[in-house]
Design a protein around this ligand. Structure first.
Ligand code: CMC
Length: 428
């Protein structure tokens, strides 16, 4: 047990308790700092700020460790199904066989979306970005389920709201994909499992009886699991801060989707593929030039760098191997894969990237798999959202169960001091 942290300020010493996590992570509890000293902390981008004590995901960026509820990402992504992982994140334990089949059955009762939501969906122009559509549709679910607006006192209602959202995600995502292609929507068939159903709705047609290849189902399962949670990242923190105002689940998750869309966060998977195409078509494959421009801050290397991982991203390691396997099994020979590997090697051997500890992240190779599976590039971040859904929901659920305080950061104000108002006719 570490001693209290001591802070000496203007000749006075204050003590703050030290909090230690399961894996020996340490924090000073500054909950009384402002009340006692009149000061706040300043931490742009929250690089040193713990916003919550959570039981869901453990991440060690220095050692490249990621675990959900104590299980390693390596074990889960190779041995579990996405629904098992979703159950684990939501309820804290891996499901028994019976629990899993009950969970699956319950989800299957809620896969359809309200036909009036289809009308909201229909008005999106065909070229509108899939993430804008997803964000809107998820937020719009709150209008169809008014019982979700204030469910906090009824755990069964909370669970129903959660089940509805999780169950409808594959339907919503595949609807969006179909619109992009101008094809009619394929409805869910509840005899199929979660991932197979999603792939059938995305790649099947009303005119055929498409069944996805096992290679495709397995690859999708792995990718969804790898994206399922990542503790207090930008979108999850958004979900938590919105949820802390006691906003309903659909509104909170809609906000999380908005945060994920940004190219510094989940939107990077789309950017990576477009960057690789640009290198192929415009830079004529000259990765050295691309690395030089990144060093000169003329462009970002999308899929590189991470706020927390400063050694390697364990998800990227698994995805790189999966990418080789999936492309080989599907017989896809994508020249972009060779460019990606060349770019990775050039960057990893460059002092700029080595000194800054910039490694490929989860988004670097995932897009190449999505592309090989047949997804259009603008759908990539939607697939990230489909995977992240159980994580966002678990974080929202945990926050509400603990009844955490409303999130409300402070600031240091640097604008003008008080000045007299000048009437509009007297202004120069
Ligand atoms: N290419 C070139 N330079 C970079 C990159 C990059 N991808 N990432 C960071 N740097 C440089 C940055 O310019 C800074 O340089 P300097 O020390 O000279 O000022 C240094 O490395 C430290 O970077 P930072 O911006 O302070 O790091 P951060 O922790 O604030 O940002 C990041 C992390 C992920 C936003 C950033 O690395 C980035 O923009 N990467 C590209 C976008 C990307 O791939 N995002 C996906 C992240 S993983 C999926 C997810 O969970 O969202």
């Amino acid at each position: 047990m570490a001693d209290n942290a001591k802070l000496t300020l203007d000749g006075k010493t204050y003590e703050f308790p030290v909090i230690t996590g399961t894996e020996d992570e340490k924090a000073f509890d500054i909950g009384k700092l402002r009340a006692q000293t009149g000061y706040v902390t300043f931490d742009e981008g929250y690089k040193n700020t713990g916003a919550t004590q959570s039981n869901i995901t453990f991440l060690d960026g220095e050692k490249g460790i990621l675990r959900y509820r104590g299980y390693s990402i390596e074990d889960l992504s190779s041995k579990a199904s996405f629904l098992e992982v979703a159950y684990l994140l939501l309820y804290g334990e891996l499901p028994t066989k019976t629990q899993l089949s009950n969970f699956e059955e319950t989800l299957n009762q809620h896969t359809l979306v309200h036909e009036n939501l289809m009308k909201v969906f229909e008005v999106f122009p065909s070229g509108s970005h899939p993430m804008g559509q997803l964000m809107t549709l998820i937020s719009a679910l709150s209008s169809f389920y008014p019982d979700s607006l204030s469910p906090s006192k009824n755990p069964e209602l909370v669970n129903l709201t959660i089940i509805r959202l999780l169950a409808k995600m594959p339907t919503l995502c595949s609807m969006i994909m179909k619109k992009g292609k101008g094809h009619p929507i394929v409805y869910p068939q509840n005899k199929y499992d979660y991932v197979t159903n999603f792939l059938r709705m995305s790649f099947g047609n009303v005119t055929d009886d498409y069944m996805p290849d096992k290679v495709v189902v397995d690859a999708m399962n792995t990718l969804l699991i790898l994206h399922a949670d990542h503790e207090q990242n930008c979108s999850t923190s958004t979900v938590r801060i919105v949820g802390s105002s006691h906003a309903n689940l659909y509104a909170s998750i809609g906000a999380g989707v908005a945060a994920l869309w940004g190219p510094r966060h989940g939107g990077a998977n789309q950017e990576v593929l477009e960057m690789l195409e640009h290198i192929r078509d415009i830079d004529k494959g000259d990765v050295k030039k691309v690395v030089a421009e990144a060093k000169d801050k003329k462009r970002l290397l999308f899929g590189f760098g991470h706020r927390v991982y400063k050694n390697f991203d364990p998800r990227a390691k698994i995805i790189k191997v999966a990418c080789d396997n999936v492309l080989a099994k599907l017989g896809v020979n994508d020249p972009l894969l060779a460019i990606a590997k060349e770019l990775e090697e050039a960057a990893l051997n460059d002092p700029y990237f080595v000194e800054r500890k910039l490694y490929p992240n989860v988004d670097f190779y995932s897009g190449l798999i999505y592309k090989a599976l047949g997804f259009p590039t603008p759908m990539f971040t939607v697939l990230f959202a489909l995977g992240r859904m159980p994580g966002w929901i678990s974080q929202w659920k945990e926050l509400r169960e603990k009844n955490e305080d409303i999130g409300r950061p402070r600031q240091i104000y640097n604008g003008p001091a008080l000045r007299p108002f000048v009437a509009v006719n007297d202004r120069k």
